[in-house]
Design a protein around this ligand. Structure first.
Ligand SMILES: *[C@@H]1O[C@H](CO)[C@@H](O)[C@H](O)[C@H]1NC(C)=O
Ligand SMILES: *[C@@H]1O[C@H](CO)[C@@H](O)[C@H](O)[C@H]1NC(C)=O
Ligand SMILES: [Zn+2]
Length: 497
């Protein structure tokens, strides 16, 4: 209890009054879903992925595959599974038992978070909030919410500090921001979205991000959504995008890394993760993010009032946008973008061209960290590196080959960033600036240059905070072409000349 509370306080920057309200919202949503879940029928051709999602299949390497087959082959839902929270867990502890002795892991060790556990969790938090001795809660609330509101007035600013916003909203940046943007665009009315379903959907999206991931968590999703909003406002897009495009763009941004396990695709492949098998080693994570989003859309019935054809079309387009964030396919998209720009044949009256531009916008939003002001950019760099190194440490501990960029002995934050900026970010954003030659594009390229210079300067002056890598008989490979921030480094084609 004590540690739990400390954790909450640390993470949430502690305006407990808001925690209380949110706990109530979350409890309400969970309660409603504990009634509904399991009663949903699918008519999709890809039932498998959805079943997995619905059952909250959590995975243990090696053993997991047979378990997953078993889970999937169940026709109905066992009563006690009802209400289980869909949540992809990679249980690293069990890697150990795999490498040492291939004992089958007892079923109990499949970690599931049932919604009633979440209720308990929430109500405990609720309890501690109400008994907390020094709590001028109402004052804190107004103060924090007031500041968050103030920030929302400038939500289109490129300097928007999403970390601060997340603290002010008590860890609810993604919910607050997404709801605000949909509302501001009038999309809720236009698409006649049910407020209760919408809130359920957004809360569940936020919850299905793993807050323990240093980088791929709900704050990253909120950051990408905010960047996406900045791009949607750019004149060329603003005057041609339809409401449907905007809705899709914002939803895709908010869900694009949903249920990210905090490790990359090569890791999932080499540990025989069921998702790698399910998606045949191809865009494994992105497929899962998309399917997870579709799962939540269907669970909440957010689009159930639309004609079935429109709903399916939304799901398809959402998928096409999310799949475009697979960084290993960057050159494919970039070449197509270049070709269009060279031939000057993009016609934003054409729906498929608009869709392509949305894909490019989402790609930019996803990797725009190096284009933010240094103070923000630096924080993101540290977080993504922490996630890489965390994976590297797991790989070392379990005697797996350490993935590119994931070895804390041979990489530094600065080196990773310089490679990433040079081979991935610059090429993308310079094309984007050709397409949308605006002040924002110039600002982004400006920050990119300055941030790169800062990392180079830090490296040159040797004042990096990381320890110097130990001398290594095998020198680390030179920064690979196409270093990936979204960690999928092995499949990246070389940069174009
Ligand atoms: C995925 O990659 C692994 C490791 O390279 C391989 O063993 C497996 O057969 C591949 N699966 C598919 C469906 O290609
Ligand atoms: C829109 O663009 C696509 C791809 O360039 C093309 O195949 C299609 O014919 C265009 N549609 C219209 C209505 O111009
Ligand atoms: Zn992302």
């Amino acid at each position: 209890m004590h540690t739990q509370r400390n954790y909450d306080l640390q993470r949430r920057g502690d305006p407990m009054g808001i925690a209380l309200i949110w706990s109530l919202v979350v409890m309400l949503v969970r309660w409603m879903f504990s009634k509904r879940r399991g009663a949903i029928s699918y008519d999709s051709s890809d039932q498998t992925a959805l079943y997995i999602r619905m059952l909250g299949a959590c995975v243990i390497f090696k053993q997991l595959f047979s378990r997953d087959v078993r889970v999937r082959s169940q026709v109905g839902f066992e009563p006690e599974r009802r209400g289980s929270h869909p949540y992809l867990c990679v249980d690293f502890r069990t890697l150990h038992s795999r490498s040492e002795n291939a004992r089958p892991v007892p079923g109990r060790r499949v970690h599931r978070l049932f919604s009633f556990q979440r209720h308990l969790h929430s109500s405990r938090r609720l309890h501690s909030a109400t008994t907390w001795p020094y709590n001028p809660l109402h004052i804190l609330d107004e103060d924090y919410l007031g500041q968050a509101k103030c920030m929302l007035a400038k939500v289109g600013s490129w300097n928007f500090d999403i970390f601060l916003f997340d603290r002010l909203t008590n860890g609810n940046s993604l919910v607050t921001l997404t709801f605000h943007l949909l509302n501001q665009y009038g999309l809720i009315e236009l698409f006649q979205l049910d407020m209760v379903k919408l809130r359920q959907f957004i809360v569940m999206v936020q919850e299905d991000y793993h807050s323990q991931n240093p980088y791929h968590n709900a704050v990253h999703a909120a950051d990408v959504t905010q960047a996406m909003y900045c791009y949607l406002k750019e004149p060329k897009l603003a005057k041609s995008l339809t409401s449907c495009d905007i809705l899709l763009g914002l939803l895709a941004a908010a869900t694009h890394d949903l249920d990210h396990p905090g490790v990359n695709q090569p890791f999932l492949i080499k540990t025989n993760h069921y998702l790698a098998a399910l998606y045949r080693n191809t865009s494994v994570l992105e497929n899962h993010h998309w399917r997870s989003a579709v799962g939540l859309l269907r669970e909440t019935g957010l689009f159930s009032h639309l004609p079935a054809e429109d709903g399916l079309n939304m799901e398809r387009q959402l998928g096409s946008l999310i799949l475009a964030t697979d960084i290993s396919r960057q050159n494919e998209y970039l070449s197509k973008f270049r070709r269009h720009l060279d031939q000057d044949d993009l016609c934003l009256g054409n729906a498929s061209h608009r869709h392509f531009i949305l894909q490019m916008a989402l790609k930019c939003a996803d990797i725009c960290n190096p284009c933010r002001p240094w103070e923000l950019s630096k924080q993101w760099s540290e977080k993504v590196t922490e996630e890489f190194f965390q994976q590297g440490n797991i790989e070392k501990r379990h005697k797996l080959e350490v993935s590119l960029l994931c070895d804390s002995q041979s990489n530094t934050v600065g080196d990773i960033q310089i490679g990433f900026m040079t081979y991935v970010v610059e090429p993308l954003f310079s094309e984007w600036a050709r397409f949308s030659d605006t002040r924002l594009s110039q600002t982004m390229l400006g920050h990119l240059g300055l941030n790169k210079a800062s990392w180079s300067g830090l490296r040159a002056s040797g004042s990096l905070e990381e320890p110097e890598p130990e001398p290594d008989p095998d020198p680390p490979p030179p920064p690979a072409p196409g270093l990936a921030q979204e960690p999928q480094p092995q499949k990246i084609p070389p940069p174009e000349p």
